[in-house]
Design a protein around this ligand. Sequence first.
Ligand code: CAA
Ligand code: NAD
Length: 302
Amino acid sequence: MAPRAAGTVSPAGVVGVVGGGLMGSGIAQAAIVAGLDTRLRELTPELAKDARARVERSLSTAVKREKITPAQRDAALDRLAVTTDLAPIARCDVIIEAVVEDLAVKVALWQELHAQAPPSTIFASNTSSLTITAMAVASGRPDRVVGLHFFNPVPAMPLVEVVRTILTSDDTVDRATALVRQLGKEPIAARDTSGFVVNRLLVPYMLDAIRAVEQGVASVVDIDTGMRLGAGHPMGPLTLLDFVGLDTILRVAEIMFLEYREPRFAPPPLLRQLVTAGRYGRKSGAGFYDYSTDPPRVSALG
Ligand code: CAA
Ligand code: NAD
């Protein structure tokens, strides 16, 4: 990495983000808006193009809402380098992975990066449900691995869970926590248990909403309206499931059920059916709702 001029170096240095999907593009956006040089890696040139377009669209919406100026948007975009190559990511000071929720994929990525990255580089995982310890042990640098769990949509959600394992060094936790603050987010410290704080409570709630649909408790719309107007949630649970991604929630539920063996984490059959049918929620165009119309209407659920 080229040496940076004294006085211009931010404490976090250059941020690498691996995975430019819903979360990775949001994390990269938060980093560039905070003034950090950021490299985002996607698997193919097409996905890389999509990831950059997602960040550009989101920043343009922020301009329209007068949250940033066009000049601030352009300066932020100048700080973003999108690549399909892992080598520039390995030269970053902090690397945040936001790839698919699959331990084997994440471990393979960390092992490849460990072979190329300086020993001081921090590896941070945005996993929703996997334990950080498993990645730390396999990574080759257990003291430098930490969880940084962001929430969707990243630019709007102020929380990040900072997850330390029994192997994480104090320096790694301090640097990761400082990065969270630099991104303008509020850190909370969580122990390395599957789902950490928020998903341990939120995932059974979302799965229960699917069970309520399965059991005919009420319609999809009425369940959502009930939780919005009766409990003050910004989105009903089925809208939220579509927003998060049903494929991701299925993986998360499978991982948490395997970990805790408690029925509340078991994926309901309807969730599996929707994913098998390719209905991943908003990102695929349909889930519990069909997004081909505005406003979206309830999908056929059999
Ligand atoms: N990208 C960036 N910013 C966005 C956004 C997006 N996709 N959608 C909304 N925003 C911002 C808006 O710019 C606006 O910001 P200001 O208040 O600063 O102006 C703010 O969010 C509110 O937006 P709107 O008024 O347009 O819309 P809203 O009031 O309907 O809020 C929402 C949108 C923030 C998404 C809100 O519906 C919400 O909080 N929903 C729940 C989200 C949630 O629970 N996320 C957690 C999911 S679980 C998870 O992430 C963990 C996991 O591991 C699965
Ligand atoms: P997404 O489906 O939007 O993106 C998945 C990303 O993984 C894409 O960049 C894709 O190219 C990449 N990918 C897929 N297969 C891969 C492979 N074999 N090797 C390398 N990369 C691969 O998913 P997302 O919602 O952005 O989730 C990414 C991570 O963030 C997951 O660990 C998820 O649990 C976590 N997370 C998701 C949310 C959410 O609300 N969706 C919230 C917090 C954390």
